[in-house]
Design a protein around this ligand. Structure first.
Ligand code: 5AD
Ligand code: SF4
Length: 435
């Protein structure tokens, strides 16, 4: 029997890349590859990259540089670059880094087996097309192996919003939804393999139109599948939160009370320049409507500080909005000019100013996050257990609100969904006991 070839995948960036990496590993499984967790052992290294900020993109080149010795020691080693840097800078990667054998964009990775075969014959392969065909239809059926209790499931890709700072509409292309029947088939398959919580993914997931009643229709259909206990979705745009999706947060018990709803900034002047197409007040009104149907909803957001021409007063408006909302979690970033996006050409805020604003915003967000987490102490919540913790007899899972929760108890197994009482709130997680 021939030895299986070993594949090492390193994933950067968002959850969609995590999902894509799984599908790429499966696609290469058909070529005789099994996954390894060590680059040193690999016959093929694949970097699944992120282009959202400059730092994320630069990591790719420094990581590739580190593989020179591995390639010298094993000339047959294949090195591939996938994901959004591949899409945006494919030809440039090939030019800058001769170590790279294969470049594949996020819309063409169903062609990986052919690209790998081409690279195997010593011809460098590049595919950054936006093909007509649906990659999911062309990918092999997913293997039947048992899985952990949580899974990501991509239902929508791409973005038509063109926020002035963002590369996604260029790297991932126009908004495309997968038909609901195919999503349902993939979901049922995941559930049969042990999955109890599904997170529906899309760059603009609430613009999903593969179901005649939109994302809420898909969620309601999924909620009827026995064995599936929890549904989440990410990432959403405020302007695509329709009536039924808001209502689902109140009446669909399997839809978890956690919503990632980025606003980016609190100043209307900046929101306009960002091309967000909504005001701060419209966002706050939307949050009010969501909380009216689900008062305990935990909100999460993304923020950019130091967007071109952001003044201290604009930044203060972001702090005010954060105070008004009270976020359960949040991600905040310094604005990073991205080639080809409109905002990159505008007058920039000084780096020191960005640093200072980021620190102030993060201090406020951390305070809020911690206060909401501390308020969980004494409360009863459900936890879906995922894996053993570091202590003997300990299991780690997630609460409905996505807090990490540690419980020490006999007989708990991954996939168990149990009620717990929260005992303590630590820096990044809760400690709880079964009730
Ligand atoms: N600079 C900084 N942050 C950015 N994001 C997107 N583009 C940029 C950029 N050019 C952030 C946004 C988005 C998140 C995924 O990344 O906050 O919601
Ligand atoms: Fe980027 Fe999100 Fe704006 Fe689309 S909606 S352009 S993905 S920030």
């Amino acid at each position: 029997m021939t030895q299986p070839k070993k594949l090492y995948i390193k994933t950067y960036g968002c959850q969609m890349n995590v999902y894509d990496s799984e599908r790429m590993a499966e696609a290469l499984g058909g070529q005789g590859y099994v996954e390894t967790s060590s680059a040193e052992d690999a016959d093929m290294i694949l970097l699944n990259t992120c282009h959202i900020r400059e730092k994320a993109a630069e990591k790719v080149y420094s990581e590739l540089g580190r593989y020179r010795d591995l390639k010298d020691a094993k000339p047959d080693l294949k090195i591939g670059v996938a994901g959004c840097v591949a899409q945006a800078e494919g030809a440039e990667i090939m030019r800058r880094q001769p170590l790279v054998d294969l470049v594949v964009g996020p819309q063409s990775y169903h062609r990986l087996p052919e690209l790998e075969a081409q690279a195997g014959q010593g011809r460098r392969a590049l595919d950054t097309d936006f093909p007509e065909e649906d990659k999911f239809v062309h990918l092999k059926a997913r293997p039947k192996a048992k899985r952990g209790p949580t899974a990501f499931l991509t239902v929508q890709e791409g973005c038509d919003k063109f926020c002035a700072f963002c590369v996604v509409p260029y790297t991932r292309g126009a908004e495309v939804s997968r038909p609901a029947d195919r999503v349902m088939t993939e979901a049922r398959d995941l559930i049969e393999r042990g999955v109890r919580e599904i997170t529906l993914l899309g760059q603009n997931v609430n613009a999903y139109d593969g179901h005649d009643r939109g994302l809420a229709g898909l969620i309601r259909d999924l909620a009827r599948v026995d064995g599936l206990e929890r549904i989440r979705f990410t990432t959403s745009h405020p302007n695509d939160m329709d009536e039924d999706l808001i209502a689902a947060h109140g009446d669909c018990a399997k839809l978890m009370p956690y919503l990632h709803l980025p606003v980016q900034a609190g100043s209307d002047r900046i929101l306009k320049r960002m091309n967000r197409q909504h005001t701060a007040e419209q966002y706050l009104t939307l949050i009010g409507r969501l909380r009216a149907v689900r008062p305990d909803l935990h909100l999460s957001g993304d923020f950019i500080v130091g967007f071109p021409e952001e003044t201290e007063a604009d930044f203060q408006a972001t702090l005010d909005l954060v105070e008004a909302v009270g976020y359960g979690s949040a991600y905040s970033f310094k604005y990073s000019p991205r080639p080809g996006t409109p905002a990159a050409e505008r007058p920039q805020v000084a780096e020191a100013e960005k640093d200072e604003r980021l620190q102030r915003l993060q201090a406020l967000l951390t305070r809020q996050q911690r206060a909401l987490q501390d308020a969980m102490v004494g409360r009863e919540v459900s936890v879906l257990f995922e894996k053993p913790g570091r202590m003997p007899g300990q299991m780690v899972g997630k609460s409905d609100y996505l807090h990490a929760v540690h419980v020490t108890a006999e007989g708990l197994a991954p996939g168990d969904l149990r009620r717990v009482r929260v005992l303590e709130s630590g820096p990044n997680s809760l400690k709880a006991a079964l009730v």
